[in-house]
Design a protein around this ligand. Structure first.
Ligand code: UN1
Length: 519
């Protein structure tokens, strides 16, 4: 990747002007108090970023609490106008910001742009919502009384995001929080701090220009110094955290200990069921994108494939040849289909999961190795590339490693005889984020989406479309170890507000509910 392309992205987003960022990456390790952020495509540092301390985090919480007291006084539709302007500014920065996503976490350029589009979409959605935030009205049992609920701003919200959606997941939270009257304190992943700096800069600059400084703030640092400080602080009523189940369990227990609220979006272990009557061409394309797209680094990536025994051999063979043909390469280049993993530790996890699979009796049908990928100059790029792996579970179906989420492009295939059995297998993991079925019959589709709840146990259920790539209009999130949170569309905004049930006695008589007589 040409250095002048990187320079252009940095200068469009004014990254070098940010006091946290240094472009001096000569030393083998970042100086104390700073981290290198790497380009996964080359494995080389892009910049170093200064880390915030615990004290600076406490300062950010105090400042955000002050800003909240001003921001909640701004009428919601006017808050919406600030979000509208942020969406507009993001539109004008879509290209460099999308390319920065690619540069810093390695997803394809079109996916990087798509991610910024997702933030723009949620901004549009939030603008409309800023004129609603509807509460309900209830009939009172007492004459001369009126009862209703209203939704009120909650406070400064701690937003902890992962490396894989370094822009959009902030957007889901921050845009809704902003129209709700909340401020946000964002702790991004240390693998994607530049995207966070550039993104927060856009939001903060627009809000400040419109007279609202402090609504969007950013703290970059370690889990111990920054994450823990946010989690423990009672001034932060809601922690919205995206990441591993292990992280979520820790956050949830600690926030619960102070009776705060959590919104968790944790791991997935998403399965696709392919029925014998399915459109198999459609299924292949969707499963390929779901499993190798974003190099298998979405929480919604397809990790398990449940094939009806009558089609399994042929389907596996077709998929194995598709896996073998995916073009690995520099994710900024338009003909690349699979970019690098985020870092070499992810590459090691990929390989050790495959070792475990083999030990447990599985067979590798395609890929499953490290890959050396050359750039357009013919030289090795140097990043953590792998050949996506298609792995057949043993005939017994017993493959413990497939119960874990490995954040890499590995797809395990299983065989089933009946749809009941397939649904049981799909629901047999700890996580409950996303699920899909390919079928052409209403009966199978309705069984999968059964109104009784006996079908898919996930937060997201798709028919004839893959497990990843949700639109922003619906609520996003999952059940069980995925954490139960819902972000993005539908009524997810309620998580960022507090509900108040109000009763007004306009008749003036003393009356008690439940017919109680007193005096
Ligand atoms: C994530 O991987 O954390 O549904 C979020 C999808 C995207 C969001 C993924 N819209 O795949």
């Amino acid at each position: 990747m040409a250095d002048d392309r990187i320079r252009n992205i940095f200068s469009s987003l004014r990254l070098a002007e940010d006091p946290r960022v240094s472009l001096d990456v000569e030393a083998p390790q970042a100086p104390a108090g700073r981290v290198y952020t790497l380009n996964p495509t080359t494995g080389r540092p892009l910049a170093s970023v200064r880390l915030d301390s615990k004290d600076e985090t406490l300062g950010a919480i105090a400042a955000s609490t002050d800003a909240f007291k001003r921001w909640r006084e701004v009428p919601a539709p006017e808050r919406g106008q600030v979000v509208r302007a942020i969406g507009e500014r993001l539109r004008s920065f879509k290209e460099p910001l999308g390319e920065l996503v690619t540069l810093e976490m390695g997803k394809l350029r079109s996916e990087g742009l798509g991610e910024v589009q997702e933030t723009i979409d949620i901004a549009d959605f939030a603008v409309g919502l800023s004129r609603q935030l509807p509460g309900q009205v209830f009939p009172s049992e007492r004459a001369g009384h009126r009862m209703f609920e209203q939704w009120l701003p909650l406070g400064p919200i701690g937003v902890i995001t992962a490396f894989n959606f370094p822009n959009a997941v902030w957007g889901w939270n921050a845009m809704l929080a902003a129209i709700a009257g909340d401020t946000t304190i964002w702790k991004p992943s240390l693998f994607a701090p530049l995207v966070a700096i550039a993104t927060n800069h856009v939001a903060d600059e627009v809000a400040t220009e419109m007279g609202h400084p402090g609504v969007f703030s950013l703290v970059i640092g370690t889990d111990d110094e920054v994450g823990e400080t946010l989690v423990q602080d009672k001034r932060v009523p809601l922690i919205s955290a995206t990441g591993s189940c292990r992280m979520g369990r820790h956050v949830s227990q600690n926030v619960a200990a102070r009776l705060g609220r959590c919104l968790l979006e944790l791991g997935g272990n998403n399965a696709v069921i392919v029925e014998p009557d399915a459109d198999l061409d459609l299924a292949i394309k969707s499963i390929l994108f779901g499993s190798v797209g974003t190099c298998g680094q979405r929480c919604t990536s397809t990790r398990r494939l449940l094939l009806h025994e009558s089609i399994a051999d042929d389907f596996e063979a077709r998929l194995a040849s598709a896996f073998a043909q995916v073009r690995l390469g520099d994710p900024l280049e338009s003909d690349t289909l699979v970019g690098p993993l985020v870092h070499s530790a992810a590459q090691d996890q990929f390989l050790s999961a495959l070792d475990a699979a083999k030990e447990q009796g599985a067979e590798i049908l395609a890929g499953g190795r490290k890959a050396e990928v050359n750039g357009s100059d013919g030289q090795p790029l140097g990043g953590a590339f792998v050949h996506p792996a298609l792995v057949r579970a043993p005939a017994s179906g017993d493959l413990p490693i497939a119960m874990d989420e490995t954040f890499a492009p590995i797809l395990y295939t299983f065989r089933y005889k009946t749809l009941e059995q397939a649904i049981d297998m799909q629901n047999s993991v700890d996580q409950g984020l996303s699920s899909a079925i390919f079928t052409s019959t209403i009966a199978a589709s309705e069984r999968f989406l059964a109104p009784s709840g006996a079908g898919s146990d996930c937060g997201l259920a798709y028919v004839n479309t893959g497990t990843s790539g949700a639109e922003i209009g619906g609520a996003f999130g999952g059940e069980k170890d995925t954490g139960g949170g819902r972000e993005s569309g539908s009524d997810a905004w309620k998580a960022y507000m507090r509900r108040q049930t109000c009763t007004i006695n306009f008749g003036g008589d003393f009356q008690l509910a439940q017919g109680i007589e007193f005096g």
